[in-house]
Design a protein around this ligand. Structure first.
Ligand code: ARG
Length: 704
């Protein structure tokens, strides 16, 4: 027996499953046998007494979970941090445990109220005493970890639990002597697993299977080379024996019903202090400020959810609710993350939601020079569609050429500082690029409740797509198109070959002819089938008048490609009088610029098709400059490409028969997109009808 090791236990007099505060308790209320629990507890007590001293705390009526002394607090040397239970069902245990520690000569530390921490159930020392592993995610708050580090003067490594069956760290994680670790990796998030792998070498990690995990194999008591646990698989027993542990199995079925086993029933109250270990904690906190229709637009929920989803935690310090329907709200939120890396992840997403540091904490954006051409510094900030400002020399500078998925390049000259979005591939050596998350803010247009709902209505309305609803949306779009044309604005169309197959070619041709379209961005296919229809009356071999396949029609489009290749370009074909109608014809005739971006499946291609995709992207983005509205007509590929180049604020109308495509294109977090689920040919014919109506009603200029 080792004199210096002591444990605290609490007898089963009042033990029972009385309530549900973890998934194991569900369906087990009043299902544990008093006698069997007592017997199992005594067996465990006897086994531990053979290896250490066991102290007892008096059980108290009405506090059935008091048997789980692991949750009494966390001890190191003569210091103890008393638990603050998350659930009121266990909070009444706190004073009894506190009393025991005080009577036994410990210095008692108490966490602030409302900062849950459940003791040694969620905090386990490395058995060599080198550091403390601390869990969070279900019962204990991440923000309690800095207190553990400070009060116990130890290094704290935060681990995030993600499976609610393993709600306490000691249900899935058990440091063993000799630097070994018994654990269930699936219970932890990605970062936590990486941290574990960094600290515990592979040959010391004993990862267990789910079958053992749900038998609480990790909930083991380790005293030197002895490991005391509930029944486990033979494989696990062998694995432990192989590396020199003596495994003692003892049945604890009655306690599993409450979500606990061997380790939960004990608290080691002698934890040696290592002189050369001192407080460090990688938990980082910072305060952000958000302003806008935080509730109406759902931004507050989104922000808080993403903090937790990404492994952080938060405390709302201030929430100034806008009282009037039109007034905005302001919130200040303290965000904590287990490491700098996670904090940066969370901050990037919060910045996208419009969050900013507190005015007094704002500093300049950090930049780093590009070292090799077309490669950004590791930590580069990825741009979004939202207007963005970066703080340089203590001033906010608006980023030019806003687009998503770019870098922000900073250019300092004598005449001042500018910043602009650039693609990774365009970066030049020596160019300064914004890195990290400091001094960056984005402006989310603050949508009010009304705006949001009208938008949603439009979208959903299209989704259900009753004929009348599509008509209503088309009316709105026609009105908008007419206004843009009359004020000399710019509409860009992206279109796929379905436009031609569904008979929409004639309508799109009219839109171009009548000045509603200022550029066409498409691929090889639509041009090929448009020209095929103009020259041969078929679209991919289908007769457009009769709607039936023409014998040998599959050859038509190749003939057409060949003819245009013979002319050298589409424009030449028009000039020669070979091409006399259709979408491409109207583009040429009306000087509407187009770019046909190639792809792997292209036949031909047409001489005009740009097969160098980098050049095609550049041409697309040139043609998109200054656009007011984009009509996306049944092409996912080109529309997504276009979406990626477009800043927030440009109206996008996405038409597709497939609701999934419409959702994908409309769902850019921008209020400016409208989705219409319908046949694109039908959509175009309705649109032309509506425009005609407008023309007859307002021949010259509709009053806005
Ligand atoms: N019913 C108890 C609870 O949910 C079980 C505690 C188990 N203790 C532990 N250290 N895992 O709080």
């Amino acid at each position: 027996m080792t004199e210096t090791i002591r444990f605290l236990m609490c007898a089963t007099d009042f033990y029972e499953v009385d309530y549900v505060i973890n998934p194991w308790m569900e369906g087990n209320i009043k299902k544990s046998s008093f006698d069997r629990a007592k017997e199992q507890w005594h067996k465990l007590y006897k086994i531990i007494k053979e290896h250490a001293i066991v102290d007892l705390v008096k059980p108290e009526k009405g506090w059935p979970d008091m048997v789980f002394t692991a949750n009494a607090g966390l001890v190191l040397g003569k210091n103890v941090i008393i638990s603050r239970f998350l659930h009121k069902e266990r909070q009444g245990e706190e004073p009894y445990f506190k009393k025991w520690f005080e009577e036994n000569g410990y210095n008692v530390y108490e966490l602030p109220k409302d900062l849950p921490f459940e003791g040694a159930g969620d905090a386990l020392f490395d058995r060599e005493g080198r550091w403390l592993w601390a869990g969070y995610g279900f019962r204990s708050e991440l923000d309690s970890h800095p207190y553990l580090a400070k009060w116990l003067d130890t290094e704290v490594l935060s681990l995030r639990l993600i499976d609610d069956r393993f709600y306490h760290l000691d249900t899935c994680f058990c440091p063993l002597s000799g630097g070994y670790l018994l654990y269930y990796p699936e219970a932890f998030d990605f970062y936590s697993n990486r941290l574990i792998e960094l600290r515990v070498p592979e040959e010391k990690r004993i990862a267990i299977e789910e079958a053992d995990a749900v038998n609480f194999a990790c909930n083991a008591v380790n005293i030197n080379s002895v490991v005391i646990m509930n029944k486990v698989s033979e494989t696990l027993q062998e694995n432990l024996t192989k590396v020199g542990f003596q495994v003692i199995q003892t049945e604890l079925t009655e306690f599993l019903k409450a979500g606990g086993a061997a380790k939960c029933l004990t608290l080691r109250v002698t934890e040696p202090v290592l002189e050369d270990v001192h407080a460090t904690v990688s938990v980082e906190s910072r305060t952000i400020r958000m302003e806008g229709h935080l509730l109406d637009a759902g931004i507050m929920n989104q922000a808080l959810d993403l903090i937790v989803e990404k492994g952080g935690s938060f405390k709302v310090l201030n929430f100034n609710l806008g009282i009037e329907r039109q007034s905005t709200s302001v919130a200040e939120v303290r965000v904590s993350a287990p490491s700098h890396e996670v904090m940066e992840d969370i901050m990037t997403l919060l910045i996208d939601l419009g969050a900013c540091s507190l005015p007094q904490e704002i500093c300049d954006a950090l930049t780093e020079a590009v070292k090799s051409e077309g490669v950004a510094p590791d930590d580069f900030y990825v741009s979004t569609i939202y207007p963005t400002e970066v703080r340089l020399n203590s001033e906010w500078v608006l980023v030019q050429n806003q687009r998503m998925d770019g870098c922000i390049a900073v250019n300092k000259t004598d005449s001042g500082i500018t910043a602009s979005c650039k693609l990774i591939r365009d970066l030049q050596v020596g160019e300064e690029v914004v890195v990290g998350v400091e001094g960056i803010r984005t402006m989310r247009q603050t949508q009010s409740r009304e705006q949001r709902h009208s938008q949603e209505f439009t979208f959903m309305g299209a989704g259900v797509s009753s004929e009348r609803r599509v008509e209503l949306i088309v009316e709105q779009i026609a009105w908008e198109l007419r206004q843009i044309r009359d004020r000399g604005g710019k509409v860009v169309v992206t279109a796929g070959p379905v436009v031609i197959h569904t008979g929409g070619g004639q309508h799109l041709s009219r839109l171009i002819r009548e000045g509603y379209v200022q550029a066409l961005l498409a691929g090889n296919a639509i041009a090929v089938h448009d020209i095929e229809q103009s020259m041969m009356g078929t679209s991919l071999g289908v007769d457009m008048q009769r709607g039936i396949p023409v014998h040998g029609g599959h050859r038509h489009h190749l003939k057409v490609i060949n003819s245009i290749r013979g002319c050298g370009s589409i424009a030449n074909a028009v000039e020669k009088g070979l091409l006399t109608r259709g979408v491409m014809y109207e583009c040429v005739k009306n000087n509407v610029p187009f770019c046909l971006a190639g792809s792997i499946r292209d036949d031909g291609p047409l001489p005009d098709t740009q097969m160098d995709l980098i050049k095609a992207q550049t041409e697309y983005s040139e043609l998109l400059k200054g656009t007011d509205m984009i009509l996306m007509l049944s092409t996912m590929l080109h529309s997504i490409g276009v979406g990626n180049m477009t800043p927030a604020g440009v109206k996008m109308v996405c038409v597709d028969i497939n609701p999934a495509v419409v959702t994908k294109l409309s769902d850019r977090g921008s209020i400016e997109s409208v989705g219409v689920v319908t046949d694109v040919g039908l959509f175009l014919s309705l649109l032309v009808q509506q425009l005609d109506k407008l023309t007859s009603r307002y021949p010259i200029h509709p009053t806005v």
